[in-house]
Ligand binder design. Structure first.
Ligand code: BDP
Length: 672
């Protein structure tokens, strides 16, 4: 930072005035002191009285000055905040004010962000209110500390040492989350273990809740639907059985005695082996409402997942959640939310938006995104997901009318966490950006992904344009690179079995037909792609007529979704003028080239970035390039074989035979 700028900032940060101490306000003061001290080299002291250059923080209840200066706090809710430069008895003061203390904490982090990104204006006039009330991380953490789809070490929650030992990382985790507005955390895996609901574990959960509370983060747990059998010794978990209902009521009462601000339960039911109400011929609404009734007296929420498998055999996988839940709209209790994945299949590199968005007007819907990169090459592949989430948030549902983007249909966002015990928290330097961008977009659904990327780059790698521009550029193109080398043109679910590491387009031997890559791509002699129009599964009909009309129409459907919705002949012409086969090969090549380009861009930054992080990213990009080639080569070898076509002219042949790729095994990759 230039000296003149630093001096100007120091003048705006001379002291901190907090007139009432509380855990949350104290946390805000500590952030300001640490942040300003670290960034400007001068730690502002905490004072009782205002003087020039003071930062006054608080709520109308905590500060008489804030109550008296006529700030317009209505409309800010509990989480929104104002940051204002004001003149108070001749002193220039920065006020960070909110209705609730947590809003003050959010404002504090916003102030620090401005400072750290060198964008702090001399006269501040910021008003910020979150778009959604629920901004949540879902941990897929098991009680043995393994993490399902975790690529960053073990679970942070050290159950054995809790509740007595509160690892300082719990506080840092809460700080990081609060800095981006995350206000809820589900500690346990959706593939749930009922043990977490026992007194032994609840005491441990309570200790975590205590650490998180000052940072505005409420704790949720996953509830295993069969817990009344496993813990309560009942003979059934049938949601209409009075004993079962009484068990859940007593369990909720017990939890709230220990954790008074407990958030509620997240439930995966009747999906991938998880028990649920359908085991007793009841509906998802029966199950959710039973839990909701138990939580309701305490203000808790049930978050019910829509990621289910339909009972109807043979139904298109993409249609199952909609068919199950759409008819239930209006039958959930008010404290039930429905958590819907961004797309109708399963966290693929690209999916069209889930047709349930906008289709459940009487149910609060939470958008579920996957921050951990299960289907995007794990932690070593650089894929900035802000662009993916921006794409889905902006998608026009045309429900109830066109001009209604997904963002306007949701009541919250949940991100499957990528956080673990690795020193860098997320398994790679760049995966921190996905945690960051998730929080920022959950707070502000309209925030451009580029802006989230730039903020993060400035705070992580530096403010020099020599660094900012190339890195933001890499990030912005990175997800499309992955799409192109894995699943171009709307292809999906081509990953190898179980662990989902690497290509497996040939796999056709799984227990359920709709787990097989061959089911999803339907490649054959005549062409490739899943016909989801009227002539096929008619999944398009789940969208509003306008959206369905476009997706069904070859002239309207974007290339990005072509093979998601259509079965297309290998020789058919594409918008580019190439044949489909030519276009596929072109895209696979393009995916690899984009990674090579990222590598070159990164290499050119040598010397601008500390050696340790530079080398790690450089090595990871090397892994990504090799694996992008592997994806490209294996996919082209396979599709060339099923189509019976030679590679298009000028396309480099795969390094190995198809048999070679099919025979590869990976005993060492993280699995479930
Ligand atoms: C799939 C994952 C699986 C999860 C499941 C889910 O492969 O591990 O349990 O999603 O979301 O993508 O429940």
């Amino acid at each position: 930072m230039e000296n003149s700028q630093r001096e100007a900032y120091v003048r705006q940060a001379q002291s901190i005035v907090e007139t009432r101490s509380s855990p949350t306000l104290n946390a805000a003061v500590a952030e300001l002191q640490r942040g300003i001290g670290g960034l400007l080299g001068a730690t502002p002291p905490l004072r009782r009285d205002l003087s020039d250059g003071a930062i006054l923080i608080g709520t109308p209840a905590s500060s008489r000055v804030i109550a008296g200066i006529g700030l317009k706090l209505d409309g800010l809710g509990s989480d929104g905040f104002l940051i204002r430069s004001v003149n108070l008895s001749g002193n220039r003061v920065t006020v960070i004010a909110a209705n609730d203390e947590v809003g003050v904490l959010y404002g504090t982090f916003a102030f620090l962000r401005q400072l750290q990104t060198h964008r702090l204006a001399e006269t501040l006039n910021i008003r910020d209110v979150p778009a959604s009330r629920l901004r949540m991380l879902d941990h897929w953490d098991n009680l043995d500390r393994t993490v399902e789809r975790g690529y960053s070490g073990f679970s942070l929650w050290d159950w054995q040492k809790l509740p007595r030992w509160r690892d300082p990382r719990y506080t840092d985790y809460a700080r990081a989350n609060a800095s981006i507005g995350i206000n809820a955390t589900v500690l346990t895996n959706v593939n749930a273990d009922a043990q977490v609901l026992t007194p032994l574990y609840l005491a441990k959960v309570a200790a975590l809740a205590d650490v998180f509370r000052p940072y505005g983060i409420r704790v949720f747990l996953t509830a295993r639907f069969s817990a009344p059998l496993e813990l309560g010794g009942l003979k059934t978990a049938d949601p209409v059985d009075p004993k079962v209902r009484a068990w859940w009521r007593a369990k909720s009462d017990e939890i709230y005695r220990i954790i008074p601000d407990f958030g509620g339960f997240l439930v995966k039911a009747n999906s991938e082996g998880q028990p649920g109400p359908q085991d007793y011929a009841r509906t998802h609404a029966d199950g959710a409402n039973m839990l909701a009734e138990a939580l309701q007296p305490h203000g808790g929420t049930v978050i019910w997942r829509a990621f289910v498998y339909a009972a109807k055999p043979g139904e298109d996988r993409a249609k199952q959640a909609f068919d199950e839940f759409r008819p239930l709209d209006g039958s959930f209790r008010p404290n039930v939310m429905l958590q819907v994945k961004n797309g109708p299949i399963d966290f693929q590199p690209r999916e069209p938006f889930h047709p349930l968005f906008g289709a459940m007007p009487r149910t609060p819907v939470v958008l579920e995104a996957q921050i951990t990169k299960e289907y995007l090459g794990f932690a070593t592949h650089l894929a900035f997901l802000g662009t993916m989430w921006e794409e889905v948030l902006k998608a026009d549902t045309c429900r109830p009318k066109c001009g209604t983007p997904v963002a306007d249909t949701i009541a919250g966002m949940a991100g499957v966490s990528n956080v673990g015990t690795d020193r860098n928290w997320t398994g790679s330097q760049f995966d921190q950006a996905n945690w960051y961008a998730f929080g920022r977009l959950a707070w502000d659904h309209g925030l451009p992904a580029r802006e989230a990327a730039e903020e993060w780059v400035r705070m992580t790698w530096g403010n020099d344009p020599k660094v900012v521009e190339p890195i933001v550029g890499m990030m912005m193109g990175s997800r499309q690179a992955v799409v192109n080398y894995m699943t171009p043109l709307g292809l999906h679910h081509l990953m190898a079995t179980g662990h989902h590491y690497g290509p497996g387009p040939w796999v056709n031997n799984l227990e359920r037909a709709d787990w097989n890559p061959t089911y999803f791509h339907k490649a054959a002699k005549d062409g490739i792609g899943f016909d989801r129009t009227k002539s096929g599964s008619d999944a398009v009909a789940q969208y509003s007529p306008r959206v369905a009309g476009c997706f069904s129409n070859r002239r309207c459907v974007p290339d990005d979704y072509l093979l998601w919705f259509h079965h297309v002949g290998w020789d058919e012409r594409m918008r580019s003028g190439r044949s489909l086969w030519g276009e596929l090969a072109f895209r696979y090549d393009d995916g690899v080239s984009r990674v090579q380009e990222m590598r070159r861009t990164w290499r050119a930054l040598q010397g601008e970035i500390d050696a340790e992080r530079f080398n790690e990213v450089d090595a990871f990009l090397g892994i990504q390039e090799a694996e992008a080639r592997w994806w490209r080569d294996a996919s082209l070898a396979y599709f060339s074989n099923v189509s019976g076509r030679q590679l298009p002219e000028g396309v480099q042949p795969p390094a190995h035979s198809l048999g070679y790729y099919e025979a590869l095994t990976f005993p060492n990759v993280p699995g479930h």
